[in-house]
Write a protein that binds this ligand. Structure first.
Ligand code: GAP
Length: 448
């Protein structure tokens, strides 16, 4: 083969390359770009929205559809403001901030070193607590009684629906409720592209259990969640567990582990898995005045269920998957940029090219495209430019297969199928193509 070796650009440069590929190929754009952008908000382009949907679909399949003991929920972003009092977010969801008295710039106290403003040298205020929840008003009056918050996590929507879901689905403890949805945090130091955003999406599952079974369920879910990332094609040696010590343990948790990934900007949290004890349902029982207990039918015991939570970010998963898949390969004559996405996640499964725009090749290629699309496979037709360049565009987009209609096709009804990762080519009969692609998508494993 023409491949010489594989190399990856280090740290920041590598991150910049991923960001520019995202814009060039239509994965992620800056929000409100033509107005100069809106800090830490991002939009997903034609390929980005497909990848994001595929990630969410794979998570839902794993966490809900393939299990008897987990059901789904879609609760609203706006909820009763007392919920955030009960959860501890009104009082506790804060970061200490310092302000410059001269230029009025604000910094997170943790990120700040020295006594004076790093921008203008002005004097700084004492640290003050800054709440990360976005506030708005419900109804026509903008007064204290109309304040509502944009949810900073999807979890609370699950806790307050615990009884609704449990009684309507007739689930017995242990069982889980899963939800995917938007969350909003007025982050002070957002950044690193879509790593820390002010508007983002979470995939959370709250597993309701008998008191004091937390440690065993925590271990179970840690293993399942780690395996999920590996199944999405993320390299196992770049994934790690980090246990929270007494200093960084959240107020609601008895034990907590993060799944971390080696991003180009350092090892950072990708997902949190927490043993939350009975904190959540006890607090909502206390603040709402409604009993949130469960009666175990076998033992005839009444208790407030404990909770083990798995809390992942959709955007952070997408960033991990893109960064992990990005590679620059040095070939004999040039280099190519390729996204080694798992075919199950790839936005486009195959690109179809007529070798030239004559001799009926475009018609045959379009027929193949229509046939595969009709069977529910997202594919892409491209007849523009040299076929080598068309392959490279698809390598960058992460499309796993390139199908070329050439002069042999006219006589033997076969096409060339090029593998994105190995660049090897095989001839496949047109009428066997759909089954062939499905089988290749199913049995794909990362090149290592
Ligand atoms: N219910 C628990 C909870 O929300 P968290 O550790 O604050 O826990 C869970 O958040 C996950 O949500 C994180 O691991 C991350 O993937 C994602 N996340 C949190 N804040 C984010 C932000 N500002 N931008 C993007 N993703 C974020």
């Amino acid at each position: 083969m023409g491949k010489k070796n594989r190399q990856t650009a280090p740290g920041e440069e590598r991150m910049q390359k991923v960001v520019s590929l995202c814009k060039r190929r239509g994965y992620v754009f800056q929000s409100s770009e033509i107005y100069g952008g809106l800090n830490s908000c991002w939009d997903y382009g034609p390929l980005g929205v497909e990848l994001k949907n595929n990630i969410k679909r794979n998570w839902w399949k794993e966490m809900v559809h393939s299990r008897e003991d987990v059901v789904g929920l879609d609760s609203s972003v706006l909820m009763h403001p007392d919920i955030w009092q009960a959860s501890g977010h009104v009082d506790g969801f804060t970061d200490p901030m310092v302000d410059c008295k001269k230029c009025r710039r604000r910094f997170r106290d943790d990120d700040f070193e020295g006594d004076s403003c790093p921008v203008c040298g002005g004097e700084m205020t004492e640290p003050r607590q800054f709440n990360l929840m976005f506030k708005t008003f419900m109804g026509p009056l903008e007064d204290q009684a109309s304040v509502v918050f944009l949810r900073p996590e999807t979890a609370q929507g699950i806790y307050v629906n615990f009884l609704n879901v449990q009684t309507s689905s007739r689930k017995k403890v242990p069982f889980g409720i899963a939800q995917i949805g938007k969350a909003f945090r007025n982050e002070i130091t957002p950044g690193n592209f879509i790593f820390r955003m002010r508007e983002f999406e979470q995939m959370e599952m709250q597993y309701f259990i008998k008191p004091d079974t937390g440690p065993e369920w925590l271990e179970y879910w840690m293993e399942r969640r780690m395996a999920w990332y590996v199944a999405q094609g993320v390299r196992a040696d770049r994934l790690h567990f980090h246990e929270h010590g007494p200093d960084d343990l959240a107020h609601y948790a008895r034990a907590a582990f993060d799944i971390e990934y080696d991003f180009p900007f350092g090892r950072k949290e990708l997902e949190g898995i927490h043993d939350r004890t009975d904190f959540d349902l006890s607090r909502h029982q206390e603040h709402s005045g409604k009993k949130l207990t469960y009666i175990d039918p076998a033992a005839n015991e009444r208790f407030i269920p404990h909770i083990v939570e798995t809390s992942a970010g959709v955007d952070r998963s997408l960033l991990t998957i893109l960064v992990d898949a990005y590679e620059e390969e040095e070939l004999e004559k040039d280099t190519r940029v390729v996204l080694h996405l798992s075919p199950k996640l790839a936005p486009i499964k195959a690109a179809i090219f007529p070798l030239v725009k004559r001799d009926g090749m475009p018609e045959i290629a379009k027929g193949i495209k229509d046939d595969l699309t009709g069977r529910g496979m997202p594919v892409f037709y491209d007849e523009g430019g040299a076929v080598g360049r068309r392959y490279r565009r698809q390598d960058e987009a992460g499309t796993p297969f390139g199908i070329t209609v050439d002069s042999d096709t006219l006589t033997d009804q076969t096409v060339t199928v090029r593998d994105r990762d190995s660049m090897e080519q095989e001839r496949v009969a047109i009428d066997a193509l759909h089954g062939y692609l499905l089988e290749r998508i199913e049995r794909w494993t990362p090149a290592g």
